[in-house]
Design a protein around this ligand. Structure first.
Ligand code: IPD
Length: 273
């Protein structure tokens, strides 16, 4: 995709993210219809569904040949080399339900299976994160950059419990937290994968890891973090795979590698595709 097309895609994604943010705000605190998906902690609201329908409709009108993958409509993602929009209508649905303001809409565009445009908008925090391939990463129009830190002890890490509730996941989550938490400045769990990635991209934390994510949680963030100078890898140190349901996002190679080695459990999850 040339720069002109990338810019058009980014501008369109920004415009619909802002409208989706208005929808989020207007539906906040009055969301009555909350459904459980896999378990009691894995939830979807009427707002997630309404926003995904709105975003998909707009993307279909504007880019009729592009493919779409969305949290509320995908069971198995069909991921090809075609331009593919990957959308999480509300990342941090649990936060949204509780009116904890750390939630956002996340819109990513992948071409040849690589993320090339990312737009993440949090209407409650009033933060719009954007990036396109080769052009840097921005928050509300100002450039953002990862923090330059190579000391594991002086690092602040972000991780999540996620929304699976099986025993294997529980053991992995707490083993990993225990192994890392005591050796660094601190651990944070804030409930939105996309915004967690933006915290690393902005230089507010050194790294974030999670097992059990989906492609819509990571697509936009992956390009934002890379364009901010960060490193996005598989938890075991290999190349990042958008469909593999796990990642490390770090401020640099050194922290990414150290974190990968310190994590005692590397869960392998059923892929998204
Ligand atoms: C969830 C959030 C959460 C993460 C989960 C995701 P959702 O996304 O990003 O922080 O721990 O793994 O599924 O369900 O709110 O879109």
């Amino acid at each position: 995709m040339d720069l002109k097309t990338l810019t058009e895609c980014e501008s369109f994604a920004i415009a619909i993210a802002i409208k989706a943010g208005e929808m989020m705000k207007s539906m906040s605190g009055r969301c009555k219809q909350i459904e459980e998906k896999q378990n009691y902690a894995d939830i979807v609201t009427e707002a997630d569904k309404a926003i995904e329908s709105f975003v998909f409709e707009e993307l279909r009108k504007q880019f009729p040949t592009h493919k779409l993958i969305g949290e509320e409509t995908a069971s198995k993602a069909v991921f090809t080399d075609d331009p593919t929009w990957i959308v999480d209508p509300i990342d941090g649905t649990t936060n949204f339900v509780h009116t904890f303001p750390f939630c956002c809409i996340s819109i990513g565009l992948a071409v040849n299976k690589k993320c090339v445009v990312g737009v993440i908008y949090s209407p409650f925090l009033d933060k719009l994160y954007t990036a396109k391939k080769g052009c840097g990463a921005y928050c509300n129009g100002a450039p953002i950059r990862v923090h330059n830190c190579t000391s594991f002890q002086q690092a602040l890490f972000i991780c999540e419990m996620g929304n699976q509730r099986d025993d294997e996941k529980r053991k992995a989550v707490f083993a990993n937290m225990e192994a890392v938490g005591w050796k660094c400045h601190g651990l944070r769990c804030m409930g939105s994968a996309a915004l967690n990635i933006c915290m690393v991209a902005s230089g507010f934390a050194e790294a974030y890891w999670e097992f059990g994510l989906h492609c819509w949680d990571m697509a936009a963030g992956a390009i934002i973090a890379s364009e901010a100078g960060g490193v996005v890898i598989d938890t075991e140190g290999g190349e990042f795979d958008l469909m593999s349901r796990r990642l490390i996002v770090a401020c640099n190679e050194s922290i990414a590698t150290q974190l990968s080695k310190e994590l005692p459990v590397h869960l392998k999850l059923e892929r998204d595709d």
